[in-house]
Design a protein around this ligand. Structure first.
Ligand code: ACO
Length: 149
């Protein structure tokens, strides 16, 4: 598996993984927005044949902090280290660009993702009630931007 920076041509494939993996509805333009806002903060994971199997989007939140607005691995590729590698690349780049912390929000019921982040040093900082469009609650988690993760 290879991790590289996302380019505009990746968006249709990335969008299709987002639609099948994430609960919220997103328009494809959201990926163009993040690519424009922070080109070096968007990554895709590909198989050796070049097929996109996962992605992570970073956003610049200011105040030495970056966010993870969107992150998913294709369901048939989960549990094999793809997500860990994508998160590692984002945390490294965040550190190189001068950020200290990485912040994200995850659905309260998404126990797999919460465990995934906890196991990688993220801590729960607050509960955000009615954070999602359908009224669902979110957990905010914060970890370090770091070269070692
Ligand atoms: N599916 C998921 N995890 C599994 C599975 C499986 N089938 N089997 C085992 N695991 C374990 C792994 O052993 C590992 O455990 P560890 O934390 O003790 O090391 C962990 O779960 C998964 O690690 P990776 O393989 O590196 O991560 P993965 O490639 O599965 O990606 C991710 C993690 C992105 C959360 C993925 O599961 C996913 O796409 N989930 C659905 C979408 C989602 O919830 N996205 C995050 C929303 S929050 C946000 O975007 C900020």
């Amino acid at each position: 598996m290879i991790v590289r920076q996302m380019i505009k041509d990746d968006i249709p494939r990335v969008y299709s993984i987002a639609c099948t993996s994430l609960d919220e509805y997103y328009v494809p333009d959201v990926f163009s927005y993040f690519l424009q806002q922070w080109p070096k903060g968007q990554f895709v994971a590909t198989s050796y044949s070049g097929e996109i199997i996962g992605f992570i989007c970073g956003s610049d939140l200011g105040s030495d902090r970056v966010g993870i607005p969107l992150f998913a691995v294709r369901d048939d590729q989960r549990g094999c280290g793809v997500g860990s590698k994508l998160l590692h690349h984002l945390r490294c780049n965040a550190h190189i660009e001068g950020a200290h912390t990485v912040q994200l929000e995850v659905r309260k019921e998404n126990e797999n993702a919460i465990r995934f982040y906890r196991n990688r040093g993220f801590m729960i900082t607050e509960v955000l009630y009615s954070f999602y469009r359908n009224g669902g609650d979110a957990i905010r988690m914060i970890g370090l931007a770091s070269l070692i993760s």
